[in-house]
Design a protein around this ligand. Structure first.
Ligand code: ATP
Ligand code: MG
Length: 148
């Protein structure tokens, strides 16, 4: 479907903040108004998984930064947290189904979220990347091509 992306992101954040009051999701849009043709359900699922992880693997009360950027070919979403971080060896495997990092301790999860994200990003012809440091935090970047 065709929809306005900044509003879509605002709505998504508002929706997530209703169930997650322990962390603040800070949404920053580097673009003003952009109508795109994308699959809403796919986008919803990608972003919810990333925001859900950012909250889950961060200390209570810490801030999660959610940024939207775009150029004339693709939109870029960045989800940045100040959480537990991901080791280099885990970073290489975390998109595999059921894979979980060695530092998750008793934080619950199935290890499926990111494998779903990767599948959906691929379906949409995009890319996903991770940057992380143990004990410092993690940034996931998703790039998705769009048509207008
Ligand atoms: P699920 O999403 O299925 O409930 P999960 O969160 O464990 O479970 P994924 O979302 O696929 O599974 O993430 C895989 C692993 O990557 C996690 O178990 C965790 O080790 C690591 N990980 C993902 N996101 C983050 C993050 N923001 N900070 C730290 N570690 C992360
Ligand atoms: Mg997850």
């Amino acid at each position: 479907s065709r929809f306005e992306l900044v509003e879509f992101c605002h709505d998504l954040v508002a929706q997530m903040q209703m169930t997650n009051v322990q962390n603040i999701i800070y949404f920053i849009s580097q673009t003003n108004y952009i109508k795109v043709c994308m699959d809403k359900n796919i986008l919803d699922s990608i972003l919810k998984n990333l925001l859900d992880n950012a909250i889950k693997y961060s200390p209570l009360g810490s801030m999660v930064e959610f940024k939207l950027l775009c150029n004339n070919k693709k939109v870029i979403f960045q989800v940045k947290d100040s959480g537990i971080g991901i080791s280099m060896s885990d970073q290489q495997r975390l998109f595999e189904p059921f894979y979980r990092g060695n530092n998750v301790d008793n934080i619950p999860g199935t290890g499926l979220g990111l494998s779903i994200v990767k599948t959906l990003v691929d379906l949409h012809g995009g890319q996903v990347a991770v940057e992380s440091k143990i004990g410092v935090g993690t940034t996931f970047t998703v790039m998705l091509p769009y048509s207008i």
